[in-house]
Design a binder for this molecule. Structure first.
Ligand code: SF4
Length: 290
């Protein structure tokens, strides 16, 4: 593991409260080796060289301890730029120890991951939930394992991620699904969305937060289109993207409205939340934090 210098690790969000009510962002690792073909974090605007090589921030736990000691309590989000449960975390335990610090200093946590390793930390997440909000967001972009293995090659298949949702939910931790991106022409079938909501219900998910499309920019677009050709040869998917979206940033599924309608209807039937305001209210409502 390569270590890189860092002066800050926990920073105030630009618009506190906007994204699941999170007040702080924390990235202990830089880069990600999960290899999702659509990953936005590899865009050159973030200036992360060698994105696929995971690096850890030097003295991360000392820096986090010092920062939490000086900050007012709030919910810390992690997982936006790099998965906090990459394969190295199994040995390094940096995310786990950071959760212990959040617990000790009275902070809440909102974690986004595609890894089932998060279930290892169920005990600490439960401890945090004793005093502060905890939100686990497991990203699942398709109900189909065969498809997930192709577009997210470095993480467990969707069915294993649903199992992780089940384990966290069984422990009483507020857990749901980030359904994003939903890749146009690949993952945007009404059947897949219906099946995904059904599996979410079975696993005890409290919410599904969707984006029916994908964002593409700069070098990330080129990488994605190349990967589409490599992974799905002969299907003309890259051509379809270029024809429909050109160099557009937001590439919404042509079926986005229909899919959103299906998601709302299926979720409401099952008591699963899908609206950001409702999700944020629900996971924070029993706490007097902030
Ligand atoms: S897990 Fe997230 S950060 Fe890692 S490659 Fe996939 S999309 Fe990118």
């Amino acid at each position: 593991m390569e270590y890189i210098p860092a002066s800050t690790i926990v920073s105030r969000t630009k618009k506190p409260g906007n994204w699941f009510g999170i007040e702080y962002n924390m990235n202990i690792y830089k880069g990600c080796c999960h290899g999702c073909i659509y990953c936005d974090s590899r865009s050159s605007c973030y200036r992360i060289g060698e994105f696929d090589v995971v690096k850890a921030k030097q003295n991360a736990l000392e820096i986090i301890r010092d920062e939490l000691r000086r900050k007012s309590a709030g919910v810390i989000g992690t997982g936006a730029m790099s998965d906090p449960y990459n394969p190295y975390e199994k040995e390094l335990l940096l995310t786990r120890h950071a959760l212990e610090l959040a617990d000790a200093f009275g902070f809440g946590m909102a974690i986004a991951t595609k890894s089932t390793l998060i279930t290892r930390d169920t005990d600490i997440l439960s401890d945090i939930a004793e005093h502060s909000p905890v939100l686990c967001q497991i990203t699942i972009t398709t109900s189909r394992d065969d498809l997930a293995e192709k577009i997210e090659p470095g993480v467990p298949p969707s069915s294993k991620r649903f199992e992780a949702v089940r384990r966290l939910a069984d422990a009483g931790i507020f857990t749901g699904i980030l359904l994003m991106p939903v890749l146009p022409f690949l993952e945007d079938s009404p059947e897949d969305i219906r099946e995904l909501v059904r599996m979410a219900e079975e696993s005890g998910a409290r919410f599904i937060y969707p984006y029916f499309g994908v964002t593409l920019r700069q070098n990330q677009r080129d990488w994605f289109l190349e990967k589409l050709q490599e992974t799905f040869p002969g299907q003309g998917l890259a051509e379809k993207y270029l024809e429909r979206y050109g160099s557009r940033y937001r590439c919404q599924s042509p079926r986005a409205r229909t899919l959103f309608g299906i998601l709302q209807e299926e979720c409401e039937k099952r008591g699963i939340l899908w609206d950001m305001k409702d999700i944020t209210h629900a996971y924070r409502k029993n706490y007097r934090l902030m």
